[in-house]
Design a protein around this ligand. Structure first.
Ligand SMILES: Cc1cc2nc3c(=O)[nH]c(=O)nc-3n(C[C@H](O)[C@H](O)[C@H](O)COP(=O)(O)OP(=O)(O)OC[C@H]3O[C@@H](n4cnc5c(N)ncnc54)[C@H](O)[C@@H]3O)c2cc1C
Length: 381
């Protein structure tokens, strides 16, 4: 086994796509890895929208993790179909590609992706119900304390605990900035029966409806449901200032009618038939030029390291590529110690994330400005 991880225990906090990919890569190299996840089990949460994986990042990580066949057995052919409309639901663009042969951006739902990664790990690798609350250093090792009163020790700790990482402040005080955009997320179960017109337009893929500097993105899922995001320019405190109870469908519908006045009545069907509570999601982004000194036994990856809005579809891909690259650094013979391996990984990761975050912010602004449809058409052509 590689000298950096020999006889070392590694704790990964967070069992999202980034944390689980890293656990898999490290275990392939014989490392002693434990993942601490706050969810009580793998079924604990709705898993959000379908994710498109990119050849050079998400798919590459799965290939190097020996899981690409499992991916192709579980991906959703045709889910990368894209329909672009204006606010009146007039179709501007409707493609018909399949990521395997066409766009190279095949889609997979979060649940199946998580299952593939979990099943690739040794039994007992993930300790569920472990919400991390604090970290201390004791005799060169890290002590992790969890909300349930348990503690764990590890020689190396990786923060993979997502957007509001509780470990990140132990590495840097740099905080994300508000992007200017907030999205309201909803879902409709059994969309073929409940809202057949939108279901037909969706055709198993995604709809991007844009106009009046707002967007409405609808994404199909393999279980017959769809998720939608109404996103728009507003102040950071909109969620509180607007005074809506997001558990009350009628209140959210009234808001939508006002905010999206002049949009086709078709879109209201999403709000009339929402199956779950709405989630308001103010969108944040890490500074493009963030920097810090590498620590000897603590680092981070994915959203914890470089949160960005989802409009360029890069988040999960970057998290999985981080996992691959950190795994390669920690198992490389090129470094004298763990700190040097962490420093090499972080330097590349920050540079890569800075470029992607800047592009993502440009896309986020352009999709919520006049000319959004023309911008989108230029991106896909
Ligand atoms: C609405 C929305 C839509 C998105 N759409 C896309 C898209 O289309 N394409 C795309 O690429 N990306 C998208 N993203 C972004 C993508 O989901 C993330 O970039 C990606 O999941 C990051 O992976 P991660 O492993 O770093 O973090 P996460 O997936 O957030 O995983 C973090 C894990 O850590 C756990 N955790 C958190 N806190 C603690 C704690 N204190 N203790 C223990 N465990 C903890 C969480 O339960 C979770 O399992 C979207 C995000 C959102 C919010």
């Amino acid at each position: 086994m590689n000298k950096l991880i020999k006889d070392k225990s590694i704790a990964i906090v967070g069992g999202g796509p980034g944390g689980l990919t890293l656990a898999r890569i490290l275990q392939m190299n014989g490392a002693d890895v434990t993942v601490y996840e706050r969810d009580m089990n793998s079924e604990a949460r709705a898993k959000g929208a379908t994710l498109d994986l990119h050849e050079e990042s998400g798919l590459r990580a799965l290939r190097e993790a020996g899981l690409i066949d499992e991916f192709w057995a579980n991906y959703r052919p045709g889910a990368d179909k894209l329909c672009i409309t204006d606010k009146h639901a007039n179709i501007v663009f409707d493609d018909d590609t399949d990521g395997r042969d066409g766009s190279n951006r095949p889609e997979i739902d979060r649940g199946p992706l998580q299952k593939i990664l979990l099943e690739s790990l040794l039994p007992g690798t993930v300790v569920w119900g472990s919400k991390f609350v604090s970290l201390s250093q004791q005799n060169g090792a890290c002590k992790l304390d969890f909300e349930n009163g348990h503690s764990a020790f590890a020689d190396i700790v990786i923060a993979a605990d997502g957007a509001n990482s509780k470990l990140r402040p132990y590495i840097t005080p740099i905080r994300p900035f508000y992007s200017g955009i907030t999205a309201v997320e909803g879902a409709v179960y059994n969309s073929a029966v409940v809202i057949p017109k939108i279901h037909e337009l969706l055709n198993g893929g995604k709809i991007f409806a844009m106009g009046d500097t707002k967007s409405l993105i609808v994404s199909s899922k393999g279980d017959g449901s769809l998720v939608f995001y109404a996103s728009f320019n507003c102040d950071e405190d909109w969620t509180k200032a607007i005074g809506i109870d997001f558990a009350d469908k009628a209140q959210v519908m009234e808001w939508f009618k006002k905010e999206y006045a002049g949009w086709d009545a078709l879109w209201l069907e999403l709000f009339e038939n929402a199956s779950t509570d709405y989630v308001p999601r103010p969108q944040y982004c890490m500074p493009f030029d963030q920097n810090w000194d590498a620590l000897p036994n603590l680092t981070m990856l994915g959203d914890a390291a470089h949160l960005m809005p989802p409009f360029a579809g890069e988040g999960v891909n970057m998290a999985m590529l981080d996992a691959l690259e950190l795994g390669l650094c920690l198992t490389s013979d090129d470094f004298d110690d763990v700190q040097s391996a962490i420093a090499a990984y972080e330097t590349e990761m920050r540079a890569r994330a800075g470029v992607t975050a800047e592009q993502t912010m440009e896309a986020t602004a352009a999709l919520h400005a006049d000319g959004a449809i023309e911008y989108m058409m230029a991106v896909i052509s």
